[in-house]
Design a binder for this molecule. Structure first.
Ligand SMILES: [Zn+2]
Length: 442
């Protein structure tokens, strides 16, 4: 067992989105192996109280630092790391001019491997300890990322991008070399083989990954839905209702479905553990469909602002009551930093604001990128929090990391003021250390 003394931020165990965060000025976090040998939180609370229960455990003391749950990023594209910050008029030209040419390079295992290593290092540097991310349509890209994540003991979920039409030919799924299968059939066989190889191994998880409805045939979406039914604890990830041109295209291709979102339901792709990026242009029937199926939105505010896609409707989501959490959406998103994402979410929350006051409270912003995102993934009580039993993934924040942060955080009179200072002024410099189970990155 090990113990860490510092200020500690966590969330109430009932994980209510609007519940208060729990904060100790002088706390103690005790971690040790659970029955499966995984390092989890054994106890947490005020230093004096917890110390008495664990008198023999060696304590690492980080004065002036804050221990907080590792961040959970609900949506990104690891093959788009190099695409970050590319200028484009909107989603569809951005895909064509930047994203598709870069993604073609992931046919190569060496290229995939070095990109995967860089991506994971960047997540850890920014305090992200659980990530759901896209790979490309090449199985090499999936294997390379799982291997890199396994080496770093990261909790990582990814999957083969399913795309059998409406993209450049060398980015589509490919038939078997011997011609025994067509591209659609092979993409589903490859997905199932990757599930068998990787899902549930160490801390890795598989996600069935149709890029978005317009780039899959009916047969591919149907096959993906069948896989989702056969493997209920496998995740599903895709995109929906990001941009008006995309919606018009999806509606034209699937006219029988009630809405773009309903297309996914019609193919069996809405259920618990299904995470849909964006979810911007919804009506209340779509929101109810998200709620009733237990699907969740990956809110990607830096990406939505960058590509001019629109604003996630927080008030609508809360009124109908479906789940959501925050995501970087790198490379449409502009930053790996959860602080930048939380600040962008605050701006987005301002847009649809009907009541006076703050748009989203600092605690609620932080929750969306930790315990709330974990809940959306069905990993409530496993990651994203520091309650007893949670896996011991955490960050050590240095509120003195920059002169302005030091000056501003010293003035904080309340937890909201402290957290908001870090949301507004924070970036990777605030993350002094990311701790994953027993491996530690200074
Ligand atoms: Zn995306």
């Amino acid at each position: 067992m090990k113990a860490y003394r510092a200020a500690i931020l966590r969330f109430a165990p009932d994980n209510d989105p609007h519940a208060c965060a729990v904060y100790e000025d002088d706390g103690l976090l005790v971690v040790g192996p659970n029955a499966q040998g995984r390092q989890v939180v054994q106890a947490v609370g005020p230093y004096q109280e917890v110390r008495q229960r664990f008198p023999g455990v060696a304590v690492t003391h980080w004065p002036g630092r804050i221990i907080a749950p590792g961040f959970v990023d609900l949506h990104s594209h690891y093959p788009q790391t190099n695409v970050i910050g590319s200028p484009a008029e909107g989603l569809l030209p951005w895909l064509e001019n930047y994203t598709f040419p870069e993604e073609k390079r992931f046919l190569d295992l060496e290229y995939s491997a070095q990109s995967a290593s860089f991506f994971i290092a960047e997540l850890l540097r920014n305090g992200v300890t659980t990530a759901l991310t896209f790979a490309t349509s090449h199985p090499t890209s999936v294997n390379a990322l799982f291997q890199a994540a396994q080496q770093n003991r990261l909790r990582l979920i990814t999957g083969l991008c399913l795309m059998d039409r409406h993209a450049p030919a060398d980015l589509l799924n490919q038939p078997a070399h011997d011609g025994s299968t067509d591209a659609t059939e092979q993409s589903l066989l490859d997905s199932e083989a990757l599930i068998t190889r990787w899902h549930g191994v160490d801390r890795l998880g598989y996600a069935i990954t149709p890029r978005f409805a317009p780039t899959s045939t009916d047969a591919q979406l149907r096959g993906a839905g069948e896989l989702a039914a056969k493997y209920p604890d496998v995740w599903i990830q895709s995109h929906v209702a990001e941009n008006k041109a995309e919606i018009a295209w999806a509606r034209a291709l699937f006219p029988a479905s009630r809405s773009y979102l309903a297309t996914y339901a019609d193919f069996g792709l809405l259920r618990q553990r299904a995470i849909y990026a964006h979810c911007i242009h919804f009506d209340d029937e779509d929101r109810a469909l998200m709620r009733d199926t237990g699907s969740a939105a990956a809110v990607s505010p830096t990406s939505n602002l960058f590509l001019g896609s629109g604003f996630f409707d927080y008030a609508g989501a809360d009124r109908v009551g479906f789940q959501y959490g925050l995501a970087s959406d790198v490379g449409g998103g502009t930053s790996f930093s959860p602080f930048h994402t939380m600040l962008a979410a605050y701006y987005v929350g301002r847009e649809g604001q009907t009541k006076a006051g703050l748009s989203l409270s600092p605690q609620h912003l932080w929750w969306q990128h930790t315990a709330g995102a974990a809940r959306a993934l069905g990993l409530d009580g496993v990651v994203g929090n520091l309650q007893p039993g949670c896996e011991a993934d955490f960050v050590v924040l240095n509120p003195q990391a920059t002169p302005l942060l030091a000056r501003k955080t010293a003035l904080a009179d309340s937890l909201d003021e402290l957290l908001f200072s870090m949301v507004v002024l924070g970036d990777d410099r605030l993350i002094e250390r990311t701790v994953i189970s027993q491996s530690s990155q200074a």
